[in-house]
Design a protein around this ligand. Structure first.
Ligand code: NAD
Ligand code: UFG
Length: 333
């Protein structure tokens, strides 16, 4: 298959590129490098032996995007590109709606023009909003109780994709709702390396361990969970990348939605302990007030992906921590 990865130099896109190349697919990458680095392409080559063709394009620039599609003759698009900082989206909602919705609409228009009828979209567990239970299944209602504009862009894009499929019976869309991706490639050559100040747990733990940040604030230890800290479903990035390959192999007509998660929740304190155990270093932490909009406990029910895609996670939190530390050691060289 000839595949376009939008946002493909980013964290999830770059790991997925490697798994797709391994399976013999032809991968091209488009990114505006807002939150990733061009050097990722060399790392992908080091790991896979292939340097994907790269377009430095902002997807809001429709003319430039059209040129990519005109040249590409793609069989399928994986749409990773987007802004993803929850807190920033509250401060700059227009920027988030403009970037995430605008880039998707431009892409869908190009896909229509050039008859590219297969799409895999990076959605998020955030679309479930607040639910009465912690374990989330794909058939639950979405869109209610989402606490930030970022999450709402994901929900809105899901709805736009559903409408596109209604309008074009030849269009096949797979929506992947990611839980919390962590870890790095076992080579240590690529991992999560955001250009901005991170606000997710794992990148912050990494920066505290290297001394770039002084301390990890644990947002609340008074939740109704066994140790009082928030619980999430942390999925190893390589498992997540393999989930994309499985999704592509099992594409079918209509819109199909899958949770990509482990099915198991881990608390913030357990994550800190796992990192300390793997690194042999104590992390500087402090208990801070709850973060606005955070839920106590969220994890995936991944049964549908296992049944329909033949995919399930294989790696553990310990693997993720080891691979993160290996990646940090490479960054320090
Ligand atoms: P990332 O920031 O590492 O990668 C996204 C890439 O998109 C970046 O390289 C960025 O430069 C690019 N981009 C953004 N706007 C663009 C534009 N207008 N034109 C071209 N390129 C643009 O993020 P990631 O963690 O790899 O996430 C990939 C996708 O998965 C995102 O859509 C994100 O919202 C979604 N997602 C991520 C998580 C997570 O925790 N990492 C969880 C759920 C969903
Ligand atoms: N946390 C801390 N301190 C920090 C950062 C996070 O204690 O400095 C805690 C949070 O309170 C939460 C857990 O660590 O309990 C995970 O927080 P993240 O910010 O890493 O992840 P979230 O679950 O809040 O959100 C992430 C992505 C969203 C995505 C969502 C899907 O950031 O894009 O997962 O579940 F939508």
């Amino acid at each position: 298959m000839k595949i376009l990865l939008t946002g493909g130099t980013g964290y999830i896109g770059s790991h997925t590129a490697i798994e797709l190349i391994k399976e013999g697919h032809e991968v091209e990458i488009l990114d505006n490098l807002f939150n990733s680095k061009i050097t990722v392409l060399d790392r992908i080559q080091e790991i896979s032996g292939v340097k994907p063709k790269f377009y430095e394009v902002d997807m809001l620039d429709k003319e430039a995007l059209d040129k990519v599609f005109a040249e590409g003759n793609y069989d399928i698009v994986f749409h990773f590109a987007g802004l993803k900082a929850v807190g920033e989206s509250v401060e700059k909602p227009i920027r988030y709606y403009e970037n995430n919705l605008g880039s998707t609409i431009n892409m869908l228009d190009c896909m229509k023009k050039y008859s590219v009828n297969k799409l895999i979209f990076s959605s998020s567990a955030t679309v479930y909003g607040e639910q009465p239970v912690a374990e989330l299944t794909e058939d639950m209602q979405t869109g209610v109780g989402i606490t930030n504009p970022y999450g709402r862009t994901k929900y809105m894009i899901e709805e736009i994709i559903k409408d596109v499929v209604i309008s074009n019976p030849n269009f096949e869309a797979t929506i992947l709702r990611y839980f919390n991706p962590v870890g790095a490639h076992p080579s240590g050559l690529i991992g999560e390396d955001p250009n901005d100040i991170p606000n997710n747990l794992m990148p912050i733990i990494m920066k505290v361990s290297t001394g770039e940040l002084p301390c990890l604030s644990i947002y609340g230890n008074d939740y109704d969970t066994p140790d009082g800290t928030g619980i999430r479903d942390y999925i190893h990035i390589v498992d997540l990348a393999k989930g994309h390959v499985a999704s592509m192999q099992k594409m079918k007509p209509g819109v199909n939605i899958y949770n990509l998660g482990t099915g198991k929740g881990t608390s913030v304190l357990e994550m800190v302990e796992a990192f300390e155990k793997a690194s042999g270093k104590k992390l500087n932490t402090k208990i801070a007030p709850r973060r606005a909009g955070d839920l106590a406990e969220v994890y995936a029910n991944p049964t549908k992906a296992e049944k329909e895609l033949g995919w399930k996670t294989e790696l553990t939190i310990t693997d993720a921590m080891k691979d993160t530390i290996n990646y940090l050691n490479h960054l320090a060289k």
